[in-house]
Design a protein around this ligand. Sequence first.
Ligand code: PRP
Ligand code: MN
Ligand code: MG
Length: 191
Amino acid sequence: MHQDIEEILISEAEIQQKTLELGKQISVDYAGKSLLLLGTLKGAVPFIADLARAIDLPLELDYMAVSSYGASTQSSGIVRIIKDLEGPIDHKHILIIEDIIDSGLTLHYLVDLIQRRNPLSLRLCSLLVKDRPRLKDVPIDYYGFRIPDKFVVGYGLDYAQYYRNLPYIGILKPSVYEGTKPETEHQSPAE
Ligand code: PRP
Ligand code: MN
Ligand code: MG
């Protein structure tokens, strides 16, 4: 286990198992259709990569980059579009893929934006859903795990851009981010 991790919340094997289940369910639900998986950069990259390979449908992948966190453990509430989709989606079934729904701000913003482009259908799939009140309500069609309101990293989830490469979901030791303020630059976490 990484030295900055307090506890492994969800193991690599559990993630893999759940991803296969979700992929099967999505394949059944969209049988006979083609689907565009809309991944959110950067956090959802490992999840969308594994989930896509568990889906047995004609599948397209595209990505949007929206960010609501800087180098902070709290959502700033300001969602920025950094990269948009490549083409129109008015004739496509869209499934948004997220790694985590925390405050709900990011997804609420995305759903609004995508809805206005008139897709054939729009649903959401998040690997993790945090157990906490949402600042914005979002309908979650598929999810992997409910998790406690702790700051987690790994399998795509970062703290100040680090830890995305951990193969599991772990709780970050508070000592790693204690004494830091939002919008401040960080040293690399191991220092
Ligand atoms: C994180 C995470 C979700 C979002 C969830 O992304 O990957 O996309 O925040 O938080 P919310 O429900 O409170 O909006 P982040 O903005 O950190 O960008 P990243 O994916 O590049 O890490
Ligand atoms: Mn994200
Ligand atoms: Mg992040």
